[in-house]
Design a protein around this ligand. Structure first.
Ligand code: FAD
Length: 406
C-alpha cells in the first residue's frame, strides 16, 4: 500500500531518507525552510568536500566518541566504502587523499548534488521549499510558507533538521522547543569542531594574532588519565585559537569547560625532537645574543612560538637548557569558552539516544523519525560528519518503510 511520507529538512540526511522511502514505493514530499536544498552541504564543498574517510571500520566508528555503539547500527550498514559506491552511482568519481580522507574527484559538492536531486525528482520525490516547520503534533506538521500557515498530515514523518551551526544556511535549532514540548529528550546544542577563547596578554594579541602555529602537537589529559595527542597546526587569534588542530580537541575542551569553567591543553612546540635532543642542541653553545635570536639559531624557533614561551613561563624557567627544553615541550594553554555556535562547523547535542528506538523513531511520537546532525552525536572533521548524516538518513528511511509495512 502506497503511503504518504513527509521529510522535513532537505540536507544530506533528509534526502537520503527520501531516496530509500521512495524506492520502497511510497509518496515522498520533502519540505525545507530555505529556497533550495543542501545549502550547508554546498558550503562544505567550497573548501574541498571531504565526504568520508578511508580508515578501517573499527577506527572509523570510534570517531563518534561515546556514541560509537549507538551510531554503529547506522554506519555499519552504510560505511565509508558503501558511501563511495553510492557516490560513484551518481557518476561522480572519488579519491583518497594522502591523509586518508575521501573527496569527490573535483573536490566539489555541487555536481554531486545536481545529479542526486535530478535522480530524486525523476524518481517522483516532490520538493516544497520555503516551508518552515513551526509546529508538530504527531504526524501532522505546521509550516510557515511565505507568511501563510499550511498544515500537512502524513502516514510517517522524517525530521532531518540539522544542528545549529551556520543558521543562515537553514539549520537554526528552532526545532528544539517544538520537540521538547512533545516530551522529546533533547541535549543542549553546543559548538563542536570549533575555536576556543583564551586570555592572551596584550603583547601576544597585538603582535601575533593571525599567526599560524605550525608543526606542533597538542595533548589533552582526560579524567581517566589517558592522554590524547595530535600533531598539526592552528592559528593564534586575537582572543584564542582557531584551526584544524584545535577543532580536533573541541569535544575534550568543551566538556572540560562545561565541568570546570576552563580546560587546558599542553603544546609541544617541537614534537619531532625529544627533550634530550633539545638539551644537546641548546647546551652546545652559550647564548651570546638575545633570547629570541638564540632560540632561532639553535632550534629554528621564532615568532609566535617564542611568544608563547614568554606568555606562559618566567625568565628563570627558561634559563637552563634543561629547563628550556622542558618548557618547549610542555606549554600549558587554558581556554574558557567555545566560539559561538553560529560560527562553527558543527554542533553537538540534539535528540537523545534514549529518545529514539533502534531505527531512529522517536519513542513517544510513533511514526516520527529523526536523522542527521539533529541527533545527539558528534565527530571530528574528516568526513565523519557527513558519513553519519547519510547513514542515519538511510537508517531512518528503512525504519519508516518497515514501520509502514508492519
Ligand atoms: C563550513 C562547513 C564545512 C563543512 N565541511 C564538512 C566536510 O568537509 N565534511 C563533513 O563530513 N562535514 C562537513 N560539514 C558538516 C556537514 O555539512 C553537516 O554535518 C551536514 O550538512 C548535516 O547534515 P543534515 O542533513 O543533518 O543537516 P543540514 O545539512 O543542516 O540540513 C538541514 C536542513 O533542514 C532545514 N531546516 C532546519 N530547520 C527547519 C525547519 N524548522 N523547517 C524546515 N526546514 C528546516 C534546513 O534549511 C536544512 O536544509 C561542514 C559544515 C560547515 C558549516
Amino acid at each position: 500500500m502506497q503511503k504518504t511520507v513527509i521529510i522535513i529538512g532537505a540536507g544530506p540526511a533528509g534526502l537520503m531518507a527520501a531516496e530509500g522511502i521512495r524506492a520502497a514505493g511510497h509518496q515522498v514530499h520533502v519540505y525545507d525552510a530555505k529556497p533550495s536544498a543542501c545549502r550547508k552541504f554546498l558550503l562544505a564543498g567550497v573548501g574541498g568536500m571531504n565526504i568520508t574517510h578511508s580508515e578501517a571500520y573499527p577506527e572509523f566508528i570510534q570517531r563518534y566518541y561515546d556514541k560509537a555503539d549507538w551510531l554503529d547500527a547506522a554506519v555499519s550498514q552504510f560505511d565509508g566504502n558503501a558511501l563511495r559506491e553510492w557516490i560513484h552511482g551518481l557518476d561522480i568519481e572519488t579519491f583518497v587523499g594522502s591523509s586518508g580522507r575521501v573527496f569527490p574527484k573535483d573536490m566539489k559538492a555541487a555536481p554531486l548534488l545536481r545529479n542526486w536531486l535530478k535522480r530524486l525528482r525523476e524518481s517522483g520525490v516532490e520538493f516544497h521549499m520555503r516551508h518552515k516547520m513551526v509546529g508538530l503534533e504527531g504526524k501532522q506538521a505546521t509550516f510557515d510558507h511565505l507568511g501563510e500557515t499550511r498544515v500537512v498530515k502524513a502516514d510517517a514523518v522524517v525530521l532531518a533538521l540539522g544542528g545549529a551551526s551556520w543558521p543562515k544556511l537553514g539549520a537554526d535549532g528552532a526545532w528544539v522547543p517544538v520537540l521538547q514540548e512533545q516530551g522529546v529528550d533533547v541535549a543542549e546544542l553546543q559548538s563542536a569542531n570549533c575555536g576556543f577563547y583564551s586570555e592572551w596578554s596584550e603583547h601576544l594579541q597585538t603582535k601575533f594574532s593571525g599567526e599560524p602555529l605550525k608543526g606542533v602537537a597538542f595533548s589533552f589529559t582526560q579524567n581517566d588519565g589517558q592522554v590524547v595527542t595530535k600533531k598539526g597546526e592552528c592559528i593564534v587569534t586575537q582572543d584564542g585559537m582557531e584551526g584544524s588542530l584545535i577543532y580536533a580537541f573541541s569535544k575534550y575542551l568543551r566538556d572540560g569547560i562545561n565541568a570546570d569553567g576552563s580546560a587546558s591543553l599542553t603544546i609541544d612546540l617541537l614534537p619531532l625532537k625529544s627533550e634530550d635532543e633539545l638539551i644537546k642542541k641548546l647546551g652546545n653553545t652559550k647564548p651570546k645574543e638575545s633570547f629570541s635570536k638564540y632560540l632561532k639559531r639553535t632550534l629554528g624557533i621564532s615568532g609566535v612560538k617564542t611568544a608563547l614561551l614568554h606568555e606562559v613561563f618566567d625568565k628563570q624557567q627558561l634559563q637552563t637548557p634543561e629547563g628550556l627544553a622542558t618548557c618547549l615541550k610542555n606549554v600549558p594553554v587554558s581556554f574558557y569558552k567555545t566560539k559561538p555556535i553560529e560560527e562553527v562547523i558543527s554542533s553537538a547535542g540534539g535528540v537523545c539516544e534514549s529518545g529514539v528506538n533502534e531505527q531512529l523513531m522517536i519513542r513517544n511520537l510513533p511514526g516520527v523519525f529523526c536523522a542527521g546532525e539533529m541527533l545527539d552525536w558528534e565527530a571530528p572533521t574528516g568526513g565523519y560528519l557527513l558519513t553519519a548524516c547519510f547513514a542515519t538518513g538511510r537508517l531512518s528511511g528503512k525504519g519508516v518503510v518497515d514501520w509502514l509495512r508492519d
